[in-house]
Ligand binder design. Structure first.
Ligand SMILES: NC(=O)C1=CN([C@@H]2O[C@H](COP(=O)(O)OP(=O)(O)OC[C@H]3O[C@@H](n4cnc5c(N)ncnc54)[C@H](OP(=O)(O)O)[C@@H]3O)[C@@H](O)[C@H]2O)C=CC1
Ligand SMILES: O=C1Nc2ccccc2C1=O
Length: 287
């Protein structure tokens, strides 16, 4: 019902639903990633700060080896993120090397994001230059940002030595945080929006409207929320460590919410899963 892929401004395709692995314990990260791949996920979203990059990559490598005739590296989309403490040209260069070492068994990384804008102009700029160089090396296919507000994106788009625009802005976005202005800015700049915490981390499953829509469409509340993301044109990253939830979450693209029901969901109050809004992090001239 929804496109299985979105096309990035680099020309590469990204699967519309990815498996999030934040808070997925290292001890089970390989197993749940492999289960995800067996279930049909072709996109996994990790980060240096999640401490499970190696396990996710090992799962992908094992899946590739299982059936080399059908399981192809080019069908997989693996994302990681550089944390704020590694901002700046030199630190980001080193951090990219660390992630590449962990991803050696899968040869390259499909996407590296700046995890957030939390540093200053000089360091963000240096990081972006390091990321651009990583793309030139061929070992990183796409680069993007996360938790960037409009002002951070504008700053980046105005770098004098900008060679590569961000392919992605990964942000918290769901019916309780619709961020219409930021999403419209990204879409106008051909930056694909990735929805993190698309299930509101499970905190709104008892909402009356959500429960009534689940009943109306004979879907789970999780499926309604994932479908909402897809209906907005976002790539979406539901996380689960529960094997039985993998397939239903992935199958959330098999129906369409009506425009009235989407509008009703859009009208929810503001609620931040993260507790605060990283997209408002001040620029140097605002501190
Ligand atoms: N860039 C950034 O700063 C951030 C990025 N992210 C990315 O987005 C991903 C998803 O966001 P996240 O914050 O993890 O939260 P989600 O909104 O994806 O919610 C995850 C929670 O929902 C539960 N859940 C999953 N599926 C179902 C289901 N079908 N029925 C009932 N409960 C369900 C999970 O439980 P269980 O696992 O026990 O099944 C877990 O408790 C992250 O894993 C990460 O990859 C997230 C936050 C910040
Ligand atoms: O998913 C995430 N949750 C976080 C909490 C603190 C810093 C980064 C993150 C994530 O990426």
């Amino acid at each position: 019902m929804f496109p299985k892929f979105r096309t990035l401004n680099s020309g590469n395709k990204i699967p519309s639903i990815g498996l999030g692995v934040y808070l997925t314990p290292v001890s089970i990260a390989k197993e749940i990633s492999l289960d995800g791949l067996e279930t049909g996920y072709r996109h996994i979203d990790s980060a240096q700060v999640y401490k499970n990059e190696s396990e996710v990559c090992e799962a992908i490598a094992e899946w590739l080896k299982k059936d080399p005739a059908s399981n192809k590296r080019e069908d997989i989309f693996y994302t990681t993120k550089i944390f704020d403490s590694d901002h700046g040209y030199e630190l980001t260069k080193k951090a990219i090397e660390v992630s590449l070492e962990r991803a050696k068994c899968i040869d390259y990384i499909d996407l590296i994001l700046m995890h957030s804008p939390r540093s200053d102009y000089e360091r963000r700029h240096g990081s972006w230059l390091a990321l651009q160089e990583a793309v030139a090396s061929g070992k990183v296919k796409n680069i993007g940002v996360s938790n960037y507000g409009i002002k951070h994106l504008k700053e980046l788009l105005e770098y004098p030595d900008l060679k590569i625009k961000p392919a992605i802005n990964q942000i918290e976005i769901h019916p309780w945080l619709t961020r219409t202005e930021l999403a419209a800015f990204c879409q106008a700049e051909e930056i694909v929006v990735e929805a993190y915490s698309p299930l509101v981390r499970g905190k709104k499953f008892d909402d009356e409207l959500l429960l009534s829509l689940a009943k109306k469409y004979s879907k789970t509340t999780a499926q309604i929320l994932i479908n909402w993301s897809l209906s907005k044109g976002y790539v979406t990253l539901p996380k689960t460590v529960t094997k039985s939830r993998l397939l239903p979450n992935l199958q959330s693209d098999q129906f369409k919410l009506s425009s009235e029901d989407i509008k009703a969901l859009d009208a929810k109050d503001e609620y931040f899963v993260t507790g605060w809004d990283p997209t408002v992090y001040p620029l140097d001239n605002e501190k």
